[in-house]
Each structure stands twice: as structure tokens, then as C-alpha cells.
Write a protein that binds this ligand. Structure first.
Ligand code: PMP
Length: 456
């Protein structure tokens, strides 16, 4: 049996961890945790520490850990048919069944689902489909994609470009030229404090209109956005934002891609965030909640008006030149079927709405009056606590002080995982959708004590 020390040494010497301070990790100065198991909303590590996972891994283990139904579905599928590809009309019972289940749950107006592996590749697929669409329609110059500052859409070449966070651009020669960014619907960080929510929505619309005028609508193909900004700070949009944006896009014949990698399959208390906010997307990106991360799988859901053009495209040009070896992998599909069944049986979409709203509202009651808490916000099973140096003047802490990270570390000592969001001192929460009220109370009480420890 390997000792913990040996495993930790192999880890430092062999493993290139994503989103990690590589040098500190190699020197043994950075956090290192070897996770061995999970049950419900808890994970366990090799040192025997049990932690309440207030971020569901990376907002993905929506049904919670240790679900035997999904494990068994995966094992059965692996025994029966571990793999066959989906090219040229091939498939498996699992991938076809899951396609039907996804389409039964998708918002109105969607026509087909393409399966990949994760959120980044699903967004790459969606951007390629947008370009294909405009080429078939004979407007090859209509190709730019508008994304928002603080949006998160992945960390590939294109998707890292769409992501509007400095960390993902700096030192990687990104963003690529076809990507342009506009204002994030982040009311708390509005440019002038005296703007009402309605003023701020009007401001976001003006910024978008100005960008479109500057670039030319005939050069812009699509707008991509998360219904609720996720990694950029967990920020629900102000009232009326999506209908106002949708109007601008319709007027300029710009497609809408709703990136529902976080919000898809229940997190906001509705099956999709597009339903929640009345968006009318042409493409939906989803991943995480589709399998609750029991196996990697993503879904690009294609709307009818795009689908009609894609069909026309293949009539004119033959087979569509897009596909991954692991598209619609049967093991991912089997996990997806078992996961979606479990979400229905346990009523988890409803629980995300009810317990989720209870969770962030309880957090607001407990922390809203703290002098260093600028705002507590949430929607469904998503919550953020924004820390500030001066609440009246809305002055932020110097990033170098790492206040958010310090609170997260203090929470960890008390047995709860939260996430210090990458840009700003923002504590992020996205627990499994099966969270109970007692567990919600535990997260809130640990957050309160930890904020008090670090900030007084
Ligand atoms: N889009 C959104 C909204 C996401 O939150 C993420 C991942 N956090 C992605 C895309 C990328 O997904 P993946 O990491 O699976 O490639």
C-alpha cells in the first residue's frame, strides 16, 4: 500500500495540475489534497478529512456523490458496449435514448443535440456551427462573436478567447481576433453608483449597440452569454437584461448562444436558465449537470433555424466536417440517462429552486449587514458573497491581500469548501442540488464565522 507521503511526492513530481501555481506546487508550498471518496454533499480525502462540498466539485456534481444508480449504469454499459463511434449515422441505445431525453427537456424551438465531452468543446462546436451557418447563407464576413467581460466559456483557443477574464488571456496571446467583448451585467460593479437597475440595463444595451455600430452588424455572427455569470463572480443579471439584449440581437440578425454549462439541468430551479430568463437561444451549451460529472459528456443543443441551414449545408456540400472520436460516448450517455432519471425521481430541480433560494437568502440575512460584505446575491443553487474594504464607498480590497482566499481557507478548516472566484474577493457557492436546509445552514454558519475570523 502506498503511503500518503509517497503519493504526494509522485503528485508533485509527475502531475501537471490545471489552474494551479505550478512552481509553488512543485516545491510543496501549495495546497494539495488527494480525494478518495464522496457521499451526498460530502467528500473525503486521504488524510481522513471530511468536507461539505459547497461547490459541487466545479459546479458539476449536481446529484451529489456516491450515487450507486449511476455507477451501476456506467458499469453495465462498459460490460455491454464500452465504445462505438457516432460518425456516419452510428450510435448506441444509450446515446440515442439520452438524445431523446435531452430534447424532451430542452427549451422550445430546439431541434437536435450534438454530444461532446466538456463545456469547452461544446462551445467550440457551437462557434463552428455559427460560422458554418453564415457560410451556407452566403455571408462569409459575418463571423465575429460578442462575449462579455467576466464571461467564462472554457479555456481552449476559441473558448479561452470568449472567456472575459484576464487570467485566461494574459500570456497566452488571447483573445483571438474574431472575439470582441462587451459590458458584463454586473449591477454591483456598475460604473456609477447612482444608476438604478433599469439605468444599468439601458447602459449595457447602449454599450452593446455602440460595439455593433463600431464593428458593423454585417461582421457579427453571434452573442454568447451565461444566463447567470458564473466564474466571473456568480452574478444573476439585473431585471429585464436578457429581454433587452435579445431585442438588440434580433434587430441585427445576431444569433444567441446560451452557455448553460453551469445552469443547464436544474441549477436555477428550472431545467434551463434560458427558460428562467425568457432567452430565445439559437444554440445552448451544456455539460456538467448532464451527467453530474460521473462521466465526461457535453451537449450542444441546436435550434430549429440553425438546424434547417445545417441540413441545407450538407445537401450542398456533403458530410459535415466536424466530429470527435468520443462524441456521444456510450459510457457518458449511460451516466447521463441515470443522472437525468435521478434528477426527476428526487425532484432536484424543485429543490434547487426552493432550498437554493433558502440558502442564499439565509446567507444574506446572516452576512448582509457585515461592514465588509458589499453584497450577498444568488439565484437557485448559486450564491456569492462579495467582500469589500469600504461598503459605503464600494471600495474593493487590494487583490494582493487575498482576502477572499483567506476566508475560503478559514472555511476549509471548519469543514466547508467554498471557492474564491478568480477576479475580485468573491466567495462562490454552488452546492449539489440535493443540499438540505440543515446543510445550507451549516455552510452559512461556517461562512459567518470565517468572515469574522479574517475580517473581524
Ligand atoms: N462554460 C461555462 C459557463 C463554464 O462554467 C465552464 C466550466 N466551468 C465551461 C464553459 C467550460 O467547461 P469545461 O471546463 O468542461 O471545458
Amino acid at each position: 500500500m502506498l503511503t500518503n507521503d509517497k503519493l504526494a511526492e509522485w503528485d508533485r513530481e509527475s502531475f501537471f495540475h490545471p489552474s494551479t501555481h505550478l512552481a509553488q506546487f512543485a516545491r510543496g508550498e501549495a495546497a494539495q489534497r488527494i480525494v478518495t471518496g464522496g457521499e451526498g454533499v460530502f467528500i473525503q480525502d486521504r488524510d481522513g478529512t471530511r468536507l461539505l462540498d459547497g461547490f459541487a466539485g466545479l459546479y458539476c456534481v449536481n446529484v451529489g456523490y456516491g450515487r450507486k444508480e449511476i455507477a451501476e449504469a456506467i458499469a453495465d454499459q462498459a460490460r455491454q458496449l464500452s465504445y462505438y463511434h457516432a460518425y456516419a449515422g452510428h450510435g448506441s441505445e444509450a446515446s440515442i435514448t439520452l438524445a431523446k431525453m435531452v430534447m424532451d427537456r430542452a427549451p422550445k424551438g430546439m431541434a437536435r443535440v450534438y454530444f461532446g465531452l466538456g463545456g469547452s468543446d461544446a462551445n467550440e462546436t457551437n462557434i463552428k456551427l455559427v460560422w458554418y451557418y453564415n457560410n451556407i447563407l452566403g455571408r462569409p464576413e459575418k463571423k465575429k462573436i460578442i462575449s462579455r467581460w467576466r464571461g467564462y466559456h472554457g479555456s481552449g483557443l476559441m473558448t479561452g478567447s470568449l472567456t472575459g477574464l484576464e487570467l485566461f488571456h494574459k500570456k497566452f496571446d488571447l483573445p483571438l481576433a474574431q472575439v470582441i467583448h462587451t459590458e458584463a451585467p454586473y449591477y454591483y460593479r456598475r460604473p456609477q453608483l447612482d444608476m438604478s437597475e433599469a439605468d444599468f440595463v439601458a447602459y449595457c444595451v447602449e454599450q452593446l449597440e455602440a460595439l455593433i455600430a463600431r464593428e458593423g452588424a454585417d461582421t457579427i455572427a453571434a452573442f454568447i452569454g451565461e444566463p447567470v455569470l458564473g466564474t466571473g463572480g456568480i452574478v444573476p443579471p439585473p431585471d429585464g437584461y436578457w429581454p433587452a439584449i435579445q431585442k438588440v440581437l434580433d434587430r441585427h440578425d445576431i444569433l444567441l448562444i446560451s452557455d448553460e454549462v453551469v445552469t443547464g439541468f436544474g441549477r436555477l430551479g428550472t431545467m434551463f436558465g434560458s427558460d428562467h430568463y425568457g432567452m430565445r437561444p439559437d444554440l445552448i451549451t451544456s455539460a456538467k449537470g448532464l451527467t453530474s460529472a460521473y462521466a465526461p459528456l457535453s451537449a450542444s443543443i441546436v435550434g430549429q433555424r440553425m438546424w434547417d441551414v445545417l441540413m441545407q449545408g450538407t445537401d450542398e456540400n456533403g458530410v459535415i466536417g466536424h466530429g470527435w472520436t468520443y462524441s456521444a460516448h456510450p459510457i457518458g450517455a449511460a451516466a447521463g440517462i441515470a443522472n437525468l432519471k435521478l434528477i426527476d425521481e428526487l425532484g432536484l430541480v424543485k429543490n434547487a429552486g426552493e432550498t437554493g433560494n433558502y440558502f442564499w437568502q439565509t446567507m444574506r440575512e446572516a452576512l448582509g449587514d457585515h461592514p465588509n460584505v458589499g453584497e450577498v446575491r444568488g439565484e437557485g443553487m448559486l450564491c456569492a458573497v462579495e467582500l469589500v474594504a469600504d461598503k459605503e464607498k464600494r471600495q474593493f480590497f487590494d487583490a494582493a491581500e487575498g482576502k477572499g482566499a483567506k476566508v475560503v481557507a478559514a472555511m476549509l478548516k471548519r469543514g466547508v469548501i467554498a471557492r474564491a472566484m478568480p477576479q475580485g474577493d468573491i466567495l462562490g457557492f454552488a452546492p449539489p442540488l440535493c443540499l438540505s436546509r440543515a446543510e445550507a445552514d451549516q455552510i452559512v454558519s461556517v461562512t459567518k464565522d470565517s468572515v469574522a475570523e479574517v475580517l473581524g
